[in-house]
Design a protein around this ligand. Structure first.
Ligand code: SF4
Length: 356
């Protein structure tokens, strides 16, 4: 991530008070087929995910496309219904509260979407887009509303003149700033950032990440940063969770996860980060190739038995295909040497583990 600022030291951020507590979250989608459209199978998009997030903190959620990370974000906000589990936010279970309470909670829980082109209504002016949540929740009208929109645009680095223009008149980065202004309108405490930079040019990404960091410092926001870009996640997150086929396979502080990744999947993902040094790149190539074999990519509808990663796992192959990897799903357990670092692997602290 060139041109981004140094990551905000965790010590400078707000308290560790848990703001969000996700417990055993499941989201399965029925797969229908046949003439009568009967349920034939279940797509296990989210399969028992648990984590908590403190006020003013950022949790990065990473993994390949289709691993379930976006579904986690949307299920937490109840944009899609969960199959089971609980999501405690400021003392309320988001998944079971009534409509009135949910409406109030939604003021405090917002989302920034991946696609700054598709997420803004092209027929609405910027003023209408940013003002909409304030208007819908009856929080401002008339000149107060216009002043509020003007202040929000200023907060995200746009001029007040932008109010009367339409989304197509702006660049991708500017559109994402409009999306951020809309998310901030109701003064939330928590924002799901769903791949907020992946549709942007590399040169613009750092600006948006810096903006999110500045807003976090100014407003004490908590972020769930969903991304497949491990560089972005490393820069902004206090803690990182790695997902594979609906489950968290490793979770640790950013420093521990990037400095000492213990799960073979995390190691492969980190190996795939572009490295300018050709010697280092060559040393990482075998692991990358192990993940690129498309014929080994399992389907979330037909998850492999045992450890779901075993058909692609370099350590499984290196260890002579141990039977437990094929038959037993490992639990997500804290490491003996670092209780805040959890790994889902039968050989977590194995000294023979590749890389690390
Ligand atoms: Fe690989 Fe086995 Fe660990 Fe799964 S449990 S990550 S297959 S070594």
């Amino acid at each position: 991530m060139p041109a981004t600022r140094p990551a905000t030291p965790a010590a400078n951020r707000k308290s560790h008070t848990p703001l969000l507590d996700v417990h055993d979250l499941f989201k399965h989608f029925p797969v229908r087929g046949g003439l009568l459209s009967r349920v034939r199978n279940q797509l296990k998009a989210v399969d028992g995910v648990s984590f908590s997030l403190g006020a003013g903190k950022t949790l990065g959620l990473v993994g390949e496309s289709g691993c379930g990370k976006t579904t986690v974000g949307r299920t937490i906000l109840r944009l899609i219904p969960a199959t089971s589990g609980s999501v405690l936010f400021e003392g309320h279970d988001v998944l079971s509260v009534d409509r009135h309470t949910l409406r109030n909670l939604r003021r405090r829980m917002q989302i920034i979407f991946q696609d700054p082109y598709g997420s803004l209504n092209p027929r609405m002016t910027v003023q209408q887009i940013v003002a909409e949540p304030l208007y819908v929740h009856g929080m401002a009208k008339g000149q107060v509303l216009r002043d509020e929109v003007s202040a929000l645009l200023k907060q995200v680095g746009l001029r007040a003149e932008a109010m009367n223009r339409y989304p197509h008149e702006f660049s991708g980065g500017q559109r994402q700033r409009i999306g951020v202004a809309r998310a901030l309108a109701l003064k939330p405490a928590f924002i799901v950032c769903d791949e907020p930079t992946s549709a942007l040019d590399v040169s613009i990404r750092a600006q948006i990440i810096n903006l999110l960091q500045d807003l976090q410092q100014a407003m004490g926001l908590s972020y769930l940063m969903i991304s497949h870009d491990l560089g972005v996640v490393r820069h902004i997150s206090d803690e990182v969770a790695v997902m594979y086929l609906g489950k968290i396979v490793e979770q640790a502080s950013t420093e521990a996860l990037y400095g000492d990744p213990r799960h073979p999947y995390t190691q492969v993902l980190l190996s795939a980060i572009p490295v300018p040094d050709p010697k280092l790149r060559a040393s990482r190539a075998p692991r990358v190739r192990a993940l690129d074999r498309d014929d080994n990519v399992p389907s979330p509808i037909n998850v492999p038995a045992g450890c779901a990663f075993h058909p692609r796992c370099p350590l499984y192959a290196a260890k002579g295909r141990p039977v437990e990897c094929r038959t037993l799903m490992p639990e997500l357990l804290p490491r003996k040497s670092d209780r805040s670092h959890a790994v889902r692997c039968h050989f977590t602290d194995d000294s023979a583990m590749a890389g690390g």
